[in-house]
Design a protein around this ligand. Structure first.
Ligand code: HEC
Ligand code: HEC
Length: 223
């Protein structure tokens, strides 16, 4: 069944995404309004220089998925991430402040223009729902996760829908294993943030509660 907002799909980037999501059997969803804005930017420019949509397909999609939803549980879903969040993380990888063998190697090759271009492209990727889980979410764990997200003010920064915005990442629908590793990394100090916000937010939270928050956010429907 078709949904509204077809006019906003008029950019090449959005059209490409529809092809891609159809190929991987993802649900088709109207991208948010901001997708149309960013999409135009990503597809302009002279034929000599490949667009960031093309460069993403060539340099990033093998790990992160053509539609921004990585299959590997420790490779983050990029679909639906705000541009400002993406650029701060690419910068941290490039400068060696955030460290991961695979991603650091990629980031070291990027210019400032590339950081901007890839981040703006990432922001055009509409959120991709997680594949249907093998088991329905455990209601007790979901209720506990929701209570923890309120108690520790996660929703204050990440939003009631956990969709993030600006420099704050979307965590709804992110891979559970990746979320767990990230939260534990902020807790232990092995993942320094761009600011102290996350280190402060999780420093007093017991690790088993962080794992429950990862369980909850991963199963939170991405809109
Ligand atoms: C060889 C696999 C690989 C390739 C290629 C790759 N990435 Fe990554 N990327 C990763 C992994 C793994 C992580 C998570 C690292 C961690 O856990 O700290 C990551 C993290 C990221 C993040 C941070 C996401 C978040 O939620 O914090 C961004 C942004 C990103 N990659 C963008 C890109 C872009 C843009 C490209 C192409 C220019 C690219 N990646 C190519 C594997 C890859
Ligand atoms: C004061 C605002 C604030 C609060 C409160 C907060 N966060 Fe964050 N969160 C951020 C920011 C900003 C980042 C980006 C990290 C950086 O600075 O590099 C982030 C990053 C994250 C990430 C990494 C996502 C990724 O893609 O790598 C996770 C997971 C996360 N937060 C979960 C939580 C949870 C769970 C809570 C509650 C315990 C929480 N946050 C509370 C602001 C906040």
């Amino acid at each position: 069944m078709k949904r509204g907002g077809a006019a906003s799909l008029a950019t090449c980037a959005a059209a490409l995404l529809l092809v891609v999501s159809a190929q991987v059997g993802g649900q088709q969803k109207a991208p948010p309004a901001r997708a149309a804005q960013g999409g135009a930017k990503a597809t302009a420019k002279a034929p000599a220089a490949p667009s960031y949509a093309e460069r993403f397909a060539a340099q990033c999609a093998a790990c992160h998925g053509a539609n921004g939803r990585a299959a590997d549980p420790l490779t983050p879903v990029l679909a639906g991430q705000p541009s400002l969040y993406a650029i701060t993380q690419l910068f941290l990888f490039r400068e060696g402040r955030r460290s991961n063998e695979a991603m650091t190697a990629v980031a070291k090759t990027l210019t400032d223009d590339d950081l901007r271009g890839f981040s703006d492209f990432i922001a055009t990727l509409p959120p991709v729902p997680a594949p249907a889980p093998s088991a329905p979410p455990d209601p007790a764990r979901m209720a506990k996760g929701r209570a923890l997200a309120d108690q520790h003010k996660c929703v204050f920064c990440h939003g009631a829908d956990l969709a993030g915005g600006q420099q704050v990442p979307r965590i709804a629908g992110q891979h559970e294993d990746y979320l767990r590793a990230s939260l534990r990394g902020f807790h232990s100090g092995s993942r320094p943030g761009y600011t102290q916000a996350m280190t402060a937010a999780v420093s007093q939270v017991p690790v088993e509660d962080l794992d429950l928050l990862a369980y909850y956010a991963a199963r939170f429907p991405a809109k």
